[in-house]
Design a protein around this ligand. Structure first.
Ligand code: SF4
Length: 327
């Protein structure tokens, strides 16, 4: 039996749309619209979706950097949503985030040493300055940078090196969970694999659990053990990596996988091009939110929203093609 590290129960995040001088609420952006999800200790869950699918908002809610409109988050069985900042602090220490843009996420006026030591100061985990410096230098070496980097500043490093610094900073409090919000998407492809390999090694070394947010399936393929696919604020499919890549069910997942470049030159894949834009989360389509772009759309899809159901053991899908089969 796998232990659940973090669990989201029926999370909704509706951002109000304000208009006019008195800022009247005229509608809501349904960024996350009813997500329940368990993340197990030691796993690496990829969350994939187009920009606007709500994946980053979900990541921030899991860490409680953002309060949800409805639903609850549990960490190691304890409810962490709706509790005070003071009570949240020990949980925050155990959950860290690596951000997308290594240029924007590091304060340019702070030295690398100060940046890595900052979480230690906030969480009061290392008592003396000498101990903090020793820990920061060790972390620099852990992520493949010389300890002499301690006195340098972010502008003296390349994008890949800065992301290594971001990872060292995230590791400083010895967390159990790291959420990477598109941590390699701002980097060159050659550097991406180096950073992904580093993250994989660190996961083994420090027994970390990862949630890896990305906009395409090629990046998460290398690092995930399980993948959840999001579309317009909802999960449409979640399965082990093998089941998802080799036995995908949802038409949206099929289109995403068809866009992943194949490394096998003998295998010719037909790319499925989705027509139309992602609909606005302020006004999602009635029924299945994907029906405006789905090549398999039928009448039921335009009226009834499909629930996420377990079609096969540990393989969940939200699509009428599969519920109709069992009826
Ligand atoms: Fe396509 Fe219908 Fe399935 Fe939605 S429910 S993905 S529209 S077949």
């Amino acid at each position: 039996m796998k232990d659940v590290l973090i669990e989201a129960k029926d999370i909704q995040m509706y951002f109000p749309i304000k208009q006019g001088v008195i800022k009247r609420t005229v509608g809501h952006i349904k960024a996350v619209d009813g997500i329940s999800l368990k993340i197990y200790e030691g796993e690496s869950l990829g969350i994939v979706g187009e920009s606007g699918s709500g994946k980053s908002t979900l990541g921030r809610i899991l860490l409680q950097l953002q309060n949800q409109t409805n639903g609850d988050v549990f960490y190691k069985g304890e409810k962490i949503s709706g509790i005070s900042n003071r009570k949240l602090r020990p949980f925050r220490r155990d959950m860290q985030m690596v951000f997308q843009d290594p240029y924007a996420s590091l304060n340019p006026r702070m030295s690398i040493g100060e940046l890595i030591e900052e979480p230690l100061l906030v969480h009061k985990t290392v008592a003396t300055k000498a101990e903090r410096k020793k820990r920061a230098e060790e972390l620099l070496e852990t992520v493949g940078l010389p300890k002499q980097s301690y006195d340098k500043y972010p502008h003296e490093f390349s994008g890949g090196q800065r992301q290594r610094i971001g990872i060292a900073r995230a590791l400083s409090t010895k967390p159990s969970l790291i959420i990477g919000d598109e941590p390699v998407s701002a980097l060159d492809v050659s550097i991406q694999s180096q950073v992904l390999n580093l993250m994989k090694d660190l996961q083994d070394e420090f027994k970390l659990t990862y949630i890896f947010i990305a906009h395409d399936l090629s990046v998460v393929k290398h690092i995930s053990t399980r993948v959840a696919v999001m579309y317009l604020g909802r999960i449409v499919e979640v399965a082990t990596k093998k089941d998802l890549y080799e036995g995908k069910l949802h038409p949206y997942t099929e289109a995403l996988i068809s866009a992943v470049p194949s490394t096998d030159v003998t295998q010719k894949k037909q790319k499925i091009t989705l027509t139309g834009e992602l609909p606005s989360p302020a006004n999602p389509p009635v029924g299945c939110a994907f029906h405006t772009r789905c090549p398999h759309v039928h009448d039921r899809c335009k009226q009834e929203r499909p629930d996420l159901v377990e079609y096969k053991p540990e393989h969940f899908v939200a699509c009428h093609l599969y519920t109709e089969k069992s009826e």
